[in-house]
Design a binder for this molecule. Structure first.
Ligand code: NAP
Length: 226
């Protein structure tokens, strides 16, 4: 059975991806920083719970020890951070969001790499965002040009890390995905999609076979411009 870990899976897109992957026959670990909410979420979808705070080295190391075997890692945990204007944005704003959205996936991948590399079909899905697309933001007149600078730049960094990991590990399928604007706590449920719709692309790239793409950036409609 394919063993899958999803970080930040006690709610939102991660939880829905867990539900869909259990239905697809995966043995799913719900990574969550809060044990009560994590256990409750795992019980609700017949998954297993592992305590995992992506900003905490000890928590991530302990999670890697508990999980033991792993085929699919979904780096989903993420925060929106404060939406500051560029002139008001400080290094501290970036550091807080990068700690979860950029250093988190690196911390988790680094800790789980030895067990992922033992898998016959290792897969990594980095949950990015269309807001991380530099080419979209840089289009003349783009409404996204100055929008959400901290969050967008963190997702752009995650996209570059995806390319680097994919190149470094050719036997692994490593892709970034954009779920699209989805109603979750992250955006006070303003998103236009349901979590079922948003999680679909996460599940699609969590279930790709060894012949599937690696080092790409995809939404449910196909490649996303970098
Ligand atoms: P959400 O409902 O707020 O869920 C975020 C999850 O991440 C929660 O389970 C949260 O746990 C967890 N998390 C935050 N910090 C963590 C940490 N340090 N360690 C472990 N878990 C942590 O948001 P969502 O919309 O489902 O977001 C999931 C991913 O999709 C994020 O990477 C986000 O950037 C991305 N995304 C979302 C949208 C959208 O429109 N919703 C669009 C594009 C991309 P707690 O409950 O403990 O806070």
């Amino acid at each position: 059975m394919t063993v899958t870990l999803i970080t930040g899976a006690n709610k939102g897109l991660g939880f829905e991806a867990a539900r869909q992957l259990v239905a697809a026959g995966h043995q799913v670990w719900i990574g969550a920083r809060d044990p009560d909410r994590g256990k409750q979420a795992a019980d609700a979808v017949n998954a297993q719970f592992v305590q995992l705070d992506v900003t905490d080295d000890a928590s991530v190391a302990a999670a890697a020890h508990s999980v033991g075997d792993l085929d699919v890692l979904v780096n989903n945990a993420g925060i929106a951070g404060e939406r500051t204007e560029p002139a008001q944005t400080t290094a501290a704003h970036l550091r807080r969001v990068y700690e979860t959205n950029v250093f988190g996936p690196v911390r988790v991948l680094h800790a789980f790499l030895p067990i992922l590399q033992k898998s016959a079909r290792p897969v990594v899905v980095n949950v990015s965002s269309g807001l991380g697309s530099i080419s979209t933001a840089a289009e003349p007149g783009s409404p996204w040009a100055a929008f959400a600078m901290v969050y967008s730049s963190a997702k752009a960094a995650l996209d570059m890390l995806t390319v680097k990991y994919a190149a470094a590990f050719p036997d692994m399928r490593v892709n970034a995905v954009d779920p699209g604007f989805t109603a979750t706590d992250l955006n006070q449920h303003r998103g236009s999609q349901t979590v079922a719709e948003g999680a679909r692309v996460i599940v699609q790239y969590a279930t790709i076979g060894p012949a599937g793409p690696s080092g790409g950036f995809f939404s449910s409609t196909g490649p996303v411009p970098w």
